[in-house]
Design a protein around this ligand. Structure first.
Ligand code: RB5
Length: 144
């Protein structure tokens, strides 16, 4: 499994901690920045991670900003992306089981680093359930 990860300045330290966690688990990480706490614009990194997942350069994406919402809103503009905001490991599990989420979004300002790592652990360990959830996921995309 390969995971693309990106963040803005608010999420930088969490990104570094999550990279250590994933690498220790033997998971390959594609780090698409940002690489410091210097102020940047969160959509730039949300689009990089979303493009990597869309092009199958990574199985999943992880995005982090202050609230988690800026990156989540940006990622969900990509047709192939289903991004969900996670603040609890159970939510991280449910967005895989029910929504077939391929990107998870985390809040560096409202969730602890430990909670975010627990969310990542739950997200990568969980599969989509299919069945009635597939029918619902099929209805998500709006026709052009
Ligand atoms: C940056 O200050 C902040 O606006 C950003 O990290 C994020 O919370 C936006 O949604």
């Amino acid at each position: 499994m390969k995971i693309a990860i990106g963040c803005d300045h608010a999420g930088f330290s969490y990104k570094e901690a999550i990279k250590v966690f994933l690498t220790r688990k033997g998971i390959e990480v594609l780090d698409l920045g940002t690489n410091s706490e210097e102020s940047v614009d969160y959509p730039d990194f949300a689009h990089l991670v979303s493009d990597a997942v869309t092009k199958k350069q990574a199985s999943f994406g992880i995005l982090i900003c202050g609230t988690g919402n800026g990156v989540c809103i940006s990622a969900n503009k990509h047709e192939a992306i289903r991004a969900g905001l996670c603040w609890d490991p159970e939510i991280a599990k449910l967005i895989r089981q029910h929504n077939d989420a391929n990107v998870m979004c985390l809040s560096a300002r409202f969730s602890s680093e430990l909670t975010c790592i627990a969310c990542v652990d739950a997200f990568i360990a969980t599969s989509f359930e299919g069945g009635r959830h597939q029918r619902r996921v099929d209805k998500i995309t709006c026709p052009a």
